[in-house]
Design a protein around this ligand. Sequence first.
Ligand code: HEC
Ligand code: HEC
Length: 218
Amino acid sequence: MKKRILLGLSAAIVAALLAFFGPDLLGLYRLDRYISASTVAYDADGRQWPHLTDVCIGCHGVKGNSQHQAYPSLAGQPAPYVAAQLHKFASGERPNATMGPLAMTMSETEINHLAEHFARQPVGDNGHFTPDAGFLEKGKQLVVSGGCAACHGSQLMGHDQFPRLAGQGYDYLLAQLDAFAAGTRSESTGMMKGIATTASPEERKAMATYLASLAPQK
Ligand code: HEC
Ligand code: HEC
């Protein structure tokens, strides 16, 4: 009970912080100081809650289960994948106006703490998504015939450097497939570019619909 009240309070504080800081650079500088201070506190209290992951709640949801289709859920995402993405945001290899400056402020220790924390969180259903029936069937065919499970895992829950796709936000998934197609996001196997460019914009919507509608295996 006490924890729940604290959690509620923490979410309110983060919301207030985000409203106050806004997306500008000064805000990110303050956010950096907040993250550093939180990390010190996190280590000092034996890594007990609350800690630096509070900063992420406003966009990625409580315990990394996002309530918004455009913000990715981080819960249950493999730790090596999360750490790799934070490095890619920091280096600019994966350009993003929000995550880039934020990741740049993180130390190696902070990146590892964050990655391990989110990998451990229980994964929730993508309950706020209502799939289009036509896209759903088409998307299922494309995902099965496209062999996505070979890399993303038999249940599309991800492992190692391969992200979980099952139950991820629709707008986020579609934006990533479009980014691979446009070349603004890339990965070393080149597979994602091939998949995204071969698929038409409608087919990308269909794949995102099917993946977003999948119940994550817990
Ligand atoms: C102001 C909103 C905001 C905050 C705060 C925020 N993020 Fe993000 N994050 C985003 C957005 C938007 C994306 C999607 C970026 C894209 O489209 O490439 C993202 C993407 C990510 C990804 C990539 C997910 C994937 O599946 O590839 C990771 C990892 C991540 N964020 C970690 C974090 C962590 C850890 C924190 C807290 C320290 C955090 N974010 C705080 C908005 C935010
Ligand atoms: C050869 C391996 C491979 C196959 C097959 C594959 N992927 Fe991927 N996919 C990856 C890798 C690696 C990444 C992470 C890229 C990175 O590090 O930025 C990825 C990332 C993604 C992302 C971004 C997820 C996120 O959280 O940001 C989506 C969406 C995606 N894949 C969809 C698919 C779909 C749909 C298929 C099947 C049609 C598929 N992938 C098949 C390797 C693969």
